[in-house]
Write a protein that binds this ligand. Structure first.
Ligand code: 1GP
Length: 250
């Protein structure tokens, strides 16, 4: 079970790495290359999805990915049409940094009966969008205001509210392709105040940034954009993140 693995990660103070695959990048020969690097680098999870998909490839992408790997594949959905039973789990994302009712609860109501019948693990997730220095697809498409990057207290209060509402995971994101990743001060403030597994992503382009993200308190780091031009970076980033695990005593 994915959620159990996330909670165990937090409990044991381990660090995990997820590679995000954008189904719009999917074409013949794309996945084997990414998966090979991911296996060599011993990543922990694949996330699949995007805030706006234009190529109608998520079905084919997930099907091929499941054939290529035994690692957990988790849908990171931008909209209800990204729900597929082929994945192991799906983030049930509530955009708690925004005030767009549709993304707080509306779409969830629409898909709940479908999800309840599907054989897929549903991960109740408080999704918090942080200003990454310029508008991203997710900030535009979600029609919501990201939390200012220099306001860690707002991020902390938002994450705590998510925890009190019973969400099981907090996802801090500056959006795919963001200019700046979430700041260490903000990650620290959030992770010091919650007991839930914390996923952090958006604009992480180097192993050093990934390492700093973990050191600041992220339990799981996610990156995707940077690998579209340089798949081999997956190995270096994964090694940087996992290097911390040897120093962590249970
Ligand atoms: C997006 O956090 C993820 O939700 C990954 O961002 O594609 O910028 O690595 P990048």
């Amino acid at each position: 079970m994915v959620l159990q693995h996330f909670h165990q990660t937090k409990k044991e103070r381990k660090k995990r790495f997820a590679v995000l695959i954008d189904p719009d990048q999917y074409k013949q020969g794309y996945l084997p290359q990414i998966v090979e690097q991911a296996h060599i680098g011993q990543i922990d999870y694949f996330f699949v999805g995007g805030s706006l998909l234009t190529q109608n490839q998520i079905h084919n992408c997930l099907k091929e990915l499941k054939q290529l790997t035994n690692l957990p594949v988790i849908i990171f959905p931008g909209s209800p049409n990204q729900i597929e039973a082929t994945a192991d789990a799906i983030f049930y994302l509530s955009l708690i940094s925004g005030r767009n009712a549709d993304l707080l609860i509306g779409r969830h109501v629409e898909v709940a009966p479908l999800l309840a019948k599907m054989d897929i693990e549903v991960l109740p997730t408080g999704y918090i969008l942080i200003d990454g220095g310029q508008p991203t697809t997710v900030s535009y498409i979600s029609n919501s205001l990201p939390i200012p990057k220099d306001k860690p207290s707002i991020a902390m209060a938002t994450a705590l509210a998510g925890q009190l509402l019973g969400m099981q995971i907090i996802y801090l994101d500056s959006g795919s392709g963001a200019k700046n990743p979430v700041s260490e001060a903000m990650i620290k403030k959030v992770s010091n105040n919650i007991r839930l597994p914390l996923i952090v992503g958006g604009g992480i382009k180097t192993p050093e940034q990934a390492l700093r993200t973990c050191e600041a308190g992220a339990d799981i780091v996610v990156a995707g954009n940077a690998f579209e031009t340089d798949p081999e970076l997956i190995i270096d980033m994964s090694q940087a993140i996992h290097s911390l695990n040897s120093f962590i005593k249970n």
